[in-house]
Design a protein around this ligand. Structure first.
Ligand code: FES
Ligand code: MG
Length: 606
């Protein structure tokens, strides 16, 4: 057949299907389309296929990424959905990040993945895009890139893994990885047990099976309206047939999106984000999600600035913790799924939600909740305890707290997941600091029999912030010194400028900003023996050092920092770093802004 696209007497209609988008490569748009078509025909497509809406599918499969191991089957199912609905599905790769195989940390590469995602969506002729991700940093990176690219997007998560079993007890990555490792360190389980546990903690493909960052972000994507609510998009296990049907339906939705051209900057409003934060608090979600949410918000030109850490705290004060999952509670994602998952939770949270927020279908959250069939669990079901009713919460409010008062928190804030504290007495605590200057110092001294530490000491870890330790590693879960663990200590107040895995628990203050590598940081001048005062209820974190003494210590530090290799030298030597590391260290902003690159935010370079 003769293609009308080559009729040179007529201007090329650039408003049509994906293949006609952005035909600037060769100056002459007719020739550019001719070239584009001849290369895609090398893949065997017909003119008929190429006349359809093109749905791009972002493939983040990697043989290093067990959390994404089901992606080949998911892509098949998405393609089926697209093709049954009259679209053409074309998958393409972007970076894949797995938590354990992204040295120095996956967070270091999140912004790179967001740039890859944004630019590939921009570059390629797609009418809409299915973003398949799952492992912790992948879904935030994809949404950050997706919002910036602003072509129609829909998310598909790989889904949680199944729990494993050890000696008759269910176990799952990664709350139980940490609990059991702590027991092994304390000598209460032996090397045979820890080896056997290692085989069972991640027994299937999929993301960590508790309310860690991956699960939290899945629930947030659904709350934002970016995954279909009519299916258990956030919670269906990675290895379930339900996950494949979700993938097929996602393909169908993606074709509708290609036609409606509902773009993320239009779909997502301030209200969508308020709903996401309400869900974050109600599920006792990961502290990492706060950093990701701030980065995501700040990519959105109309919402940036209208949501801050304070918004998260304010919503927390009126939102109870309802979902009983590890690490705040006792159960696994499969239980949440079987108890009705996000649809059941959103029904419970309805009085707290902004029902006019738009979802991926183009209908509002309120319309979806009233039209999607929903049958609550029967009375007496053992699963009733997984999603608590609004009036009988697991934790009354403020699962995640933002600290904003006192000299350690008033500048850029700090975060604590109060609901995951093991010793709630520590939520109001005063004690002397035991300071470690970085991960190396911590590793060398934490288990020393000579360490001057008691259970009421406050463990402080410096230099694990975004610039000081690029990627802001999840080292905030400072281990209990072995000599105290052996005597039964399971929790202590711990403070750092780093992050912690969403699957971890304890009384742990994170994301202190400005980070200690910043010469003006108060966290950076805390010394052994300084008295630290913390009060979760008062949102207060303070070190008892006078203002004059703080100024003197800061001046002394600035002098030291000019010496190559000195503590905190990263802050001054970053100008000379080459490659991505140099870009990262020069451009990353602080935790309360999302640890994104300033030039990627909606506001652009500052
Ligand atoms: Fe991928 Fe936990 S390691 S979600
Ligand atoms: Mg994690």
């Amino acid at each position: 057949a003769v293609s009308p696209d080559y009729d040179l007497s007529k201007p090329l209609n650039l408003g049509g299907i994906g293949l006609r988008q952005k035909l600037a490569s060769y100056g002459d748009p007719h020739f550019s389309l001719f070239m584009r078509k001849l290369f895609i025909k090398a893949l065997g497509y017909s003119e008929d296929a190429l006349s359809r809406p093109i749905v791009g599918i972002v493939n983040t499969c990697s043989s290093f990424n067990s959390c994404h191991a089901n992606i080949p089957q998911l892509i098949d199912a998405v393609k089926r959905g697209v093709q049954l609905s009259g679209g053409l599905a074309i998958d393409f790769p972007t970076i894949s990040l797995h938590e354990s195989f992204a040295s120095p940390t996956s967070m270091y590469l999140r912004n790179l993945m967001s740039m890859d995602t944004e630019e590939m969506i921009q570059a390629q002729p797609v009418d809409s895009v299915v973003l398949i991700g799952g492992c912790d940093k992948t879904t935030p990176a994809q949404l950050m890139g997706g919002i910036s690219a602003n072509k129609p997007i829909i998310h598909l998560v790989t889904g949680p893994m199944m729990p494993g079993s050890f000696q008759g007890v269910r176990i799952g990555a990664c709350t139980d990885c940490r609990n059991n490792w702590a027991k092994f360190r304390a000598g209460t389980i032996d090397i045979e047990d820890i080896s056997a546990l290692n085989q069972e903690l991640a027994p299937t493909a999929g993301t960590c099976g508790v309310m860690g960052t991956a699960s939290t972000m899945s629930c947030i994507l659904l709350a934002l309206g970016l995954m279909p609510l009519s299916l258990p998009s956030a919670t269906a296990p990675a290895v379930s047939s339900s996950r494949l049907r979700i993938a097929e339906a996602t393909g169908t939705h993606a074709v509708a999106l290609a036609k409606s051209q509902l773009r993320p900057q239009t779909l997502l409003s301030r209200e969508s984000f308020l709903n996401a934060i309400t869900v974050l608090q109600a599920i006792g979600g990961s502290t990492n999600a706060i950093v990701h949410l701030m980065a995501i918000v700040n990519r959105h030109p109309q919402v940036a600035g209208s949501i801050t850490l304070q918004t998260i705290d304010e919503i927390g004060r009126r939102t109870p913790l309802l979902v009983d999952l590890k690490p705040s509670g006792d159960n696994y994602m499969t239980d949440f799924h079987n108890a009705g998952g996000m649809l059941a939770l959103l029904h419970e949270l309805k009085p707290l939600l902004h029902l006019q927020a738009v979802t991926i279908t183009g209908r509002t959250l309120g319309d979806e909740l009233s039209s999607i069939p929903f049958r609550p669990l029967p009375l007496g079901s053992p699963l009733k305890s997984i999603i608590h009713p609004l009036n009988q919460p697991l934790y009354p409010s403020s699962s995640l707290i933002i600290l904003s008062k006192g000299n350690l928190a008033s500048a850029g804030g700090a975060v604590i997941k109060a609901s995951a504290s093991k010793d709630r007495n520590l939520l109001s605590h005063t004690g002397p600091a035991v300071v470690f200057s970085g991960p190396k110092d911590l590793a060398e001294r934490i288990d020393s029999p000579d360490l001057n530490v008691t259970p009421s000491s406050v463990l402080v870890l410096q230099n694990i912030g975004p610039v000081g330790n690029p990627g802001m590693p999840e080292a905030g879960l400072i281990p209990i010194p072995r000599k105290l663990a052996a005597k039964g200590a399971t929790d202590m107040l711990r403070i750092s400028d780093g992050r912690m895995s969403g699957t971890a628990g304890g009384t742990i203050i994170l994301h202190v900003s400005p980070e200690s590598a910043d010469p003006n940081s108060v966290l950076g001048i805390v010394k052994d023996g300084d008295v630290i005062r913390f009060d979760a209820e008062g949102r207060y974190l303070h070190v008892d050092v006078g203002e004059e003494e703080i100024r003197d210590r800061i001046e002394k530090r600035k002098r030291e920092m000019r010496e190559e290799g000195a503590r905190g030298a990263a802050w001054v030597t970053r100008e000379k770093q080459r490659g991505y590391k140099g870009l990262y260290m020069r451009e990353v902003n602080q935790a309360e802004q999302g640890a994104d690159f300033g030039f990627l935010t909606a506001a652009g370079p500052s």
